[in-house]
Ligand binder design. Structure first.
Ligand SMILES: [Fe+2]
Length: 306
């Protein structure tokens, strides 16, 4: 069962426990999240010149649109303003700045009617972030920049939270992906040949849960949830921000969601920085997680013994 909490005043320790069990938390815009969204809008609107960013796809050829995003997205991701505002948002909803680590926020787009669904505007098939070397205590945060509707958000396939899905994570290694595929996103305009971990059995997409936060509002959920980009039929491009956090005590204690089916190698832990001072994740933890992932992958590939 997945419970959706709105505007909860639970403390962060209790909230994380529930997130690791599959619950989802939704919050209205805070003053820092509203500021982040306004900042994102400024960058987006400047990039699109006089065009309305949500409908510009109807007036531009797709190569130009992809080129524009390829320039815009990294500018947002690495902007110092984001590193300043993200910890403020986390603090506003009760996260400890000394114990919480975050990675850079991504600017995501979902275009309408399959205009651009690969590369720089990839439409995510059903996946768990844990298939992509995320730790099982990763919490995902998702925030729309402009108002969204059920036809252009993301979906949770909640019944699979504790149910395995055959998948290709066994062929995914985070270090290899970084070295070979990550930086080629903008080249994939009409199709995406980069191998990504996908379900390798029929997944029942329905029933599914779609949450529609207000612009600048946000939700947080376990990276172990099976989730996907919904086919955008809204007529408008969706712009959203997502980022991830981990709590260092949970990383050390191996406290998090249960692994039901991930067998990838590598870890994304080195991407995380401490909110208080941007200190990196201790290297020994990343090394331990890599070693544990390797053991898991070997066990998963061992033939079943009778
Ligand atoms: Fe994801």
């Amino acid at each position: 069962m997945t419970t959706v909490f709105t505007g909860s005043s639970l403390n962060d320790d209790d909230r994380r426990d529930l997130v690791y069990r599959g619950d989802v938390f939704v919050y209205s815009a805070t003053s820092a999240s509203a500021e982040l969204v306004l900042f994102a809008r400024e960058l987006i609107e400047e990039a699109f010149g006089g065009l309305d960013p949500e409908t510009a796809q109807h007036e531009m050829d797709v190569e130009r649109f992809a080129g524009l995003l390829a320039d815009l997205k990294p500018r947002f991701i690495h902007h110092p303003q984001c590193k300043k505002l993200l910890p403020l948002i986390l603090e506003e909803v009760g996260c400890s700045l000394d114990k919480t680590y975050f990675d850079v926020p991504r600017l995501r787009t979902s275009t309408s009617h399959d205009y651009l669904t690969s590369g720089i505007s990839y439409a995510f098939h059903p996946h768990r972030d844990c298939w992509y070397s995320a730790p099982f205590n990763q919490i995902n945060w998702w925030m729309p920049i402009y108002p969204v509707v059920p036809e252009n958000v993301m979906a949770f396939h909640t019944r699979y939270f504790d149910q395995p899905v055959a998948n290709g994570s066994t062929r995914y290694d985070y270090a290899k992906w970084n070295a070979t595929s990550r930086h080629t996103a903008a080249r994939h305009i009409h199709s995406d040949s980069r191998e990504q971990p996908k379900p390798e059995e029929e997944v029942e997409l329905d029933p599914q849960v779609r949450i529609v936060p207000e612009a600048g509002g946000f939700m947080l959920f376990s990276g172990a949830h099976l989730h996907s980009t919904v086919p955008n039929t809204s007529g408008r491009t969706r712009f959203s921000i997502d980022f991830r956090t981990v709590h260092i005590d949970d990383v050390r204690a191996r406290r998090g969601a249960v692994n039901v089916d991930a067998a990838c190698t590598g870890t994304t832990l080195r991407d995380f920085r401490r909110c208080a001072d941007l200190a990196p994740m201790p290297e020994e933890l990343a090394l331990e997680y890599e070693a544990e992932a390797l053991t898991r992958a070997r066990q998963a590939s061992e033939p079943l013994r009778s």
